[in-house]
Design a protein around this ligand. Structure first.
Ligand code: ADP
Ligand code: ADP
Length: 210
C-alpha cells in the first residue's frame, strides 16, 4: 500500500504512522525524521536545513524532493510505504506523482488527519520524544514512563509552531484538493483519542484490525 499521511503540525501523523506501519507492514518514511537525523549526524544536508527547521520554515522543494524520492526507491519500499510530512507543497506532490508514474506506480490513498488550530499549540509545546526509541510522548496526554529519557524538539517552541501553522495553511492545505480530485482523499477526525484515530484510519482504508 502506498499511503500519505497529511495534516497540520501536531495532528498526530507521527503517532499514527508508528502504529499503522506495523499493522500494514510498510516502512514509515518521515521527511522530518530524515532531516532531524541529518542534523544529528552533522551531515552537509543537516547543516543546510538546521536553521530553516528551527524557525519553522520549509526546506526548499528541490532538496526535500531529492531526499524523499531517493528513499522511496529503496528496496524496502517496493511493496509500499507510509509518507509522513511529505508532500507539503504542490511541487512536491507533482514530483511524487511523476516519480511514481515513471515506474508505473500510483498512490492508494492520502489520509488527512484533521485538527483545529486551537489544539495544536498545546499538543506541540507538550510534545516530547525519546531519542533512544523514537517514541512520541506528551507531558499531559501521554506522559513518558518514569525513567525514560525524553527531549524536546528544537522547533517545538510556540514561535516556530505559529510559523509552521502559517506554512501549513499557505503551502500544504492547497495540495488537498489536488488529491481530492483524484479520488484519493480520506479524512479522519484527529481530535479523538489515539486509539479511535487509528481505528478510523484503518476503517477508511478498508483494513481490518488484526
Ligand atoms: P510536524 O511534526 O510539525 O508535522 P515534521 O517533523 O514533519 O513536523 O517537520 C519538521 C520540519 O522539517 C518542518 O517544519 C520543515 O522545516 C521540515 N520539513 C519536513 N518535511 C518537509 C517537507 N516535505 N518540505 C519542506 N520542509 C519539510
Ligand atoms: P505530528 O507528527 O502530526 O506533528 P505527533 O504524532 O508528533 O504529531 O503528535 C503531536 C503531539 O500530540 C505529541 O505530543 C503526541 O503525543 C500528541 N498526540 C498525538 N495524537 C494525539 C491524540 N489523538 N490526542 C492527544 N494527544 C495526541
Amino acid at each position: 500500500m502506498r499511503l500519505i499521511l497529511v495534516g497540520p503540525p501536531g495532528a498526530g501523523k507521527g503517532t499514527q504512522a508508528k502504529r499503522l506501519v506495523s499493522q500494514l507492514n510498510i516502512p514509515h518514511v518521515s521527511s522530518g525524521d530524515m532531516f532531524r537525523a541529518a542534523i544529528k549526524n552533522g551531515t552537509e544536508l543537516g547543516k543546510q536545513v538546521q536553521e530553516i527547521m528551527k524557525q519553522g520554515h520549509l526546506v526548499p522543494d528541490e532538496v526535500t524532493i531529492k531526499m524523499v524520492i531517493a528513499r522511496i526507491k529503496e528496496d524496502d519500499c517496493e511493496s509500499g510505504f507510509m509518507l509522513d510530512g511529505f508532500p507539503r507543497t504542490r511541487p512536491q506532490a507533482e514530483a511524487l506523482d511523476a516519480a511514481l508514474a515513471a515506474d508505473d506506480l500510483s498512490l492508494d490513498a492520502i489520509v488527512l488527519i484533521e485538527a483545529a488550530d486551537e489544539v495544536i499549540i498545546e499538543r506541540i509545546t507538550g510534545r516530547r520524544t525519546a531519542p533512544k526509541t523514537g517514541a512520541i510522548y506528551h507531558i499531559k496526554f501521554n506522559p513518558p514512563p518514569e525513567g525514560v529519557e525524553v527531549t524536546q524538539r528544537a522547533d517545538d517552541t510556540e514561535e516556530a509552531v505559529v510559523q509552521r501553522m502559517k506554512k501549513y495553511h499557505a503551502e500544504t492545505a492547497p495540495i488537498i484538493p489536488f488529491y481530492e480530485a483524484k479520488g484519493l482523499l480520506k479524512s479522519v477526525n484527529g481530535l479523538q483519542t489515539p486509539d479511535q484515530v487509528t481505528e478510523d484510519i484503518l476503517s477508511v482504508l478498508g483494513v481490518r484490525k488484526s
